[in-house]
Design a binder for this molecule. Structure first.
Ligand code: GRF
Length: 199
């Protein structure tokens, strides 16, 4: 049984998809949801689903990333986490942390990586007049939004799209892609998963 921890910073819609999906994934159990923000809406949702939660507020660490990550690691080790899923987690993890958890951290990013690493991905795709966008699940490495791609889902960009309408369409596919990739990852499958928007 793989013990899965999920890191969030906000509403946790991807966290919800993962927890609900793990009910049907033999080899996975959601053991902990950690947020760097005490007010993250996902914490209440996780509790409602019976998943233990923890808050490690990054603000008291005032930029001391190592100390923040040390507290995070203690929490994850106490839960005996085997795999970490970043799901709307908005803190950048240090190379040391990533090395400690080598190849055991997944992240979902709202663009078709390697395009649009970083923030404001939807507006950047619109500004570039792209005709499609999407989301990517990748293994986390030392470089930001750069690890091996484990899965991607594509969505069309409509002429009428705003960053908000595009984000909503991408988010729909995030909720489908991440659980599929987690299941495949835990089963030791290596070929990436590709999905297309099904409206
Ligand atoms: C999503 O767009 C996700 O791609 C990004 O964070 C946003 C919010 O995710 N990583 P969630 O609703 O908190 O899961």
């Amino acid at each position: 049984m793989k013990r899965v921890a999920i890191l969030i910073s906000g509403g946790g819609s991807n966290m919800l998809s993962l927890i609900n999906a793990m009910a049907a994934i033999e080899e996975a159990e959601p053991v902990l949801v950690v947020s760097n923000r005490p007010d993250a809406g996902g914490l209440v949702k996780a509790t409602g689903l019976g998943v233990p939660t923890a808050v490690i507020d990054h603000r008291p660490f005032a930029g001391d990333r190592a100390a923040f990550e040390q507290a995070l690691t203690i929490c994850l080790r106490e839960a005996s986490a085997d795999v970490i899923c970043l799901a709307g987690f908005m803190r950048i993890l240090s190379s040391e942390f990533v090395r400690d958890w080598r190849s055991k951290i997944l992240n979902i990013h709202p663009s078709l990586l390697p395009k649009y690493k970083g923030l404001n991905t939807h507006q950047r795709a619109l500004d570039a007049a792209d005709t499609e966008s999407g989301c990517t699940v990748h293994a986390v490495t030392e470089a930001l939004d750069d690890g091996p791609i484990l899965g991607q889902a594509r969505v069309p960009i409509l002429k009428s799209d705003t960053a908000e309408s595009l984000a909503a369409r991408v988010l729909e596919m995030e909720h489908k892609l991440y659980p599929r990739v987690l299941k495949s990852f835990l089963a030791g499958e290596t070929s990436p998963i590709f999905l297309s928007y099904d409206g």
